[in-house]
Design a protein. Sequence first.
Length: 87
Amino acid sequence: MSTNAFDQFEREFSQDLDRWETSREQRQKRLIVILPCPFCNNEDVVVDEVKPNVIAITCEECQVIGPHADLDQSLEVAIQRWNARKS
């Protein structure tokens, strides 16, 4: 690889790295809101690993377990599914 090609590759990699870092910082700054239980209105819901690599929001008051699939589910997806309300 020539020096110019290597320099170009290094610049592009550096730009990608900066973009990834900015994206991660933006995700970390977001305020995460978990709504109360839709059944008993309990606000003290918890994040639980209901199966290996499957995260769900649960309510210890009425024992409901939030939506989840048998596949891996991240915390972000678990919160989105828990917070989804049918109007």
